[in-house]
Design a protein around this ligand. Structure first.
Ligand code: PEP
Ligand code: MN
Length: 364
């Protein structure tokens, strides 16, 4: 899929209904997606991991036959979500080309292991792994490792970033944590990464901008929901769009190249990158110096029996620096996030000094 010439890379687009609901809905949706010409594979949920048992739970195995029928008619391969060995067996029997491990399943190592064990020796399906609900790389990495140990890796194993659960309601249903996904890419450079804007956004108005963001961050493609009559969908109605609407959105996304292969551009880029490397180096040297000062303060505090945290002082630092946000051309949120990280590291350093009986500086 990586293009070495100057054409934009081709994104891999997987689209389809959140839930397969009926033969008519499945066929109509997939026909619409096939007509678009930009869709590479169909997704459709037949077993739905719904939070509440009172919600629609999916049609089960029956739905696999409808997906297979649509594949025969349109030629589009399909994938379904699997959460256990029985699901996998049924999906394979129905001719699924891809299976995906959903967020709740990635969050449960027993289930991931069960699916991984069942995939041992199965070499024809593509396997996608969504991130776990919590915004870190731990469970996601664990799932990749379990699958790799069962022989599913390389070209066949894909990652899907679908955003992470949040405690308070915000604009996104599951806000993306782009840095967590980027860390997964760094850790597993051989794996392709898709973005699922549907479950990130939760509402269709945010889809287009989120897809563009994924394109700008060099995702390999999208995993997106589409329903022939979104408002009547039995699950995730607010985030689904018709095949025609999705097709319009996809046409509007600009998939840029990672590299331009123009010597002048590359030279200029290299120069700026060297400058960035130098600045990063200075930034961290300064932070290291700051920690040494913090440790000295820790020693005086210990001698005088005062606590590490002095609320008034911390409040002043935060106020002072966030107050300079405009002048620094940085957002207040960013300043706050950086300060919090510096503060936590400072406290850890002081803690070490205050609790360490064998403080090396004292022995000097
Ligand atoms: C889905 O893709 O239909 C789904 C249930 O997603 P997630 O596992 O991301 O919640
Ligand atoms: Mn869904």
């Amino acid at each position: 899929m990586k293009e070495r010439n100057n054409r934009p890379k081709k994104p891999f687009i997987i689209a389809g209904p959140c839930s397969v609901e009926s033969r008519e809905q499945t066929l109509a949706t997939i026909r619409g997606l096939a007509a678009c010409g930009r869709i590479d594979m169909i997704r459709g949920g037949v077993w739905k991991p719904r939070t509440s048992p009172n919600c629609f739970q999916g049609v089960g195995e029956e739905g696999l036959a409808w997906l297979a029928e649509a594949k025969r008619e349109t030629g589009l391969p399909f994938g379904v979500e699997v959460a256990n060995a029985r699901h996998l067996e049924a999906a394979l029997q129905a001719g699924a080309d891809m299976v995906w491990i959903g967020t709740r399943t990635t969050g449960n190592p027993f289930s991931v292991q069960e699916v991984a064990d069942a995939l041992r020796g199965v070499d024809r399906v593509m396997v996608c792994v969504k991130n776990a609900p919590v915004a870190d790389t731990g469970l996601w990495t664990g799932a990749v490792e379990r699958l790799a140990a069962a022989g599913v890796s390389g070209e066949r194993l894909w990652l899907i970033h679908r955003g992470f659960a949040q405690e308070v309601d915000g604009a996104y249903r599951n806000p993306p944590a782009w840095h967590v996904a980027l860390e997964m890419r760094r850790r597993f450079p051989q794996l392709r990464m898709l973005c699922d804007p549907s479950h990130m956004c939760g509402r269709r108005e945010l889809l287009a901008q989120t897809m563009q963001k994924a394109a700008d961050l060099l995702y390999d493609g999208l995993f997106v929901e589409s329903h022939i009559a979104p408002d009547q969908a039995l699950s995730d109605a607010g985030q689904q769009v018709t095949p025609a609407e999705l097709c319009r959105m996809l046409a509007g996304i600009c998939w840029r190249r990672e590299e331009a292969h123009q010597p002048q551009f590359e030279q200029e880029l290299e120069r700026y990158r060297l400058e960035i490397d130098q600045l990063d180096d200075q930034l961290f040297s300064l932070l290291s110096r700051r920690m040494r000062v913090v440790e000295r303060i820790g020693r005086i505090k210990r001698e005088n029996g005062v606590t590490i945290l002095q609320r008034r002082r911390w409040g002043e630092i935060v106020e002072n620096l966030t107050g300079r946000a405009a002048a620094l051309n940085l957002s207040r949120d960013f300043i706050r996030t950086v300060l919090d990280a510096i503060h936590m590291e400072s406290i850890a350093h002081q803690n070490r000094v205050m609790n360490d009986a064998e403080d090396p500086a004292e022995q000097r």
